[in-house]
Design a protein. Structure first.
Length: 282
């Protein structure tokens, strides 16, 4: 890029003060912005301010902005105005995963995808396998907010309102997350201990593991953005989808070796350049 060519301007949306259990979101965004500014002109803002500022930039990057339910009205306003104005947003706002709530778990479960069995109505509770404990979570929840573990006798009353999802509590062996930029796999991390979700270590996926994760990424309607496929290893050895994070997935970049972290930044930079219509080698 010549010295006379203006650099693309990015509005980077993050809540640096958000307190997450077991993670420091702000550190990740401080690192990412320090690297992205080599290529782009950057300004950071709180998610509640994005709608008012976004038209002054070439694209908006939504990163560690915290659960949307903490600023629902502001997010809905941002989303509506961005779609109406044709604003370039990263992640692309067409996602069908967590970006749109938890309905996808019902849809994928009903369609026979390898997902933890999920229902949302009292009349469908019989479709779940028997379990001593069930997980009840809000359809619009995030970061385990509102999640409950309940006994079978409590399920009909909780599901009657239609605003929750119900799943059997699975005695899984471990959780594993697969990270993608656009639709290309980047790295995987797993939590060897089920009781320590964010005590993560590098994971070498098998071909079957990658095919599992790729299936959900390909199902989702995102061409530009970062996705995290969270899965658990069931007692029978199969992987089951836990969540498809496609709005602002935390990346655990601090746990990666330098080479993998650099490769991720390079891929993300190339993805943003493609979104902006620039040419760049991936």
């Amino acid at each position: 890029m010549s010295a006379t060519t203006p650099r693309p301007r990015l509005l980077y949306v993050t809540d640096l003060a958000y307190q997450a259990r077991g993670r420091r979101y702000c550190d990740e965004d401080i690192f990412l912005t320090s690297r992205l500014r080599d290529t782009f002109d950057l300004a950071l803002c709180h998610p509640a301010d994005a709608a008012a500022l976004m038209t002054s930039f070439d694209a908006v990057v939504v990163r560690n902005s915290g659960p949307v339910l903490h600023y629902r009205a502001a997010y809905d306003d941002f989303r509506a105005r961005a779609l109406a104005g044709g604003v370039r947003v990263y992640n692309q706002l067409t996602g069908k995963g967590d970006m749109a709530g938890k309905q996808y778990l019902l849809d994928l479960s009903a369609a026979g995808y390898p997902v933890i069995p999920t229902v949302g109505r009292p009349e469908d509770l019989h479709l779940l396998p028997p379990a001593d404990t069930y997980v009840v979570k809000p359809r619009t929840g995030a970061d385990s907010i509102g999640l409950e573990f309940v006994t079978p006798d409590r399920l009909p009353g909780l599901a009657a309102g239609g605003d929750v999802l119900v799943q059997p509590r699975i005695d899984f062996r471990y959780e594993v997350s697969f990270y993608f930029v656009d639709r290309t796999f980047q790295y995987a991390l797993h939590a060897p201990r089920p009781d320590r979700r964010w005590d993560l270590a590098p994971y070498a996926p098998t071909a079957a593991d990658l095919a599992f994760a790729q299936r959900f990424v390909d199902w989702n309607a995102i061409d530009h953005g970062i996705q995290r496929v969270d899965a658990c290893r069931a007692p029978g050895g199969e992987l089951l989808l836990v969540e498809l994070e496609d709005l602002n997935p935390y990346l655990s970049l601090d746990l990666l070796d330098e080479r993998t972290r650099d490769a991720f930044v390079t891929r993300m930079t190339a993805s943003l350049r493609r979104l902006l219509g620039a040419t760049s080698a991936a």
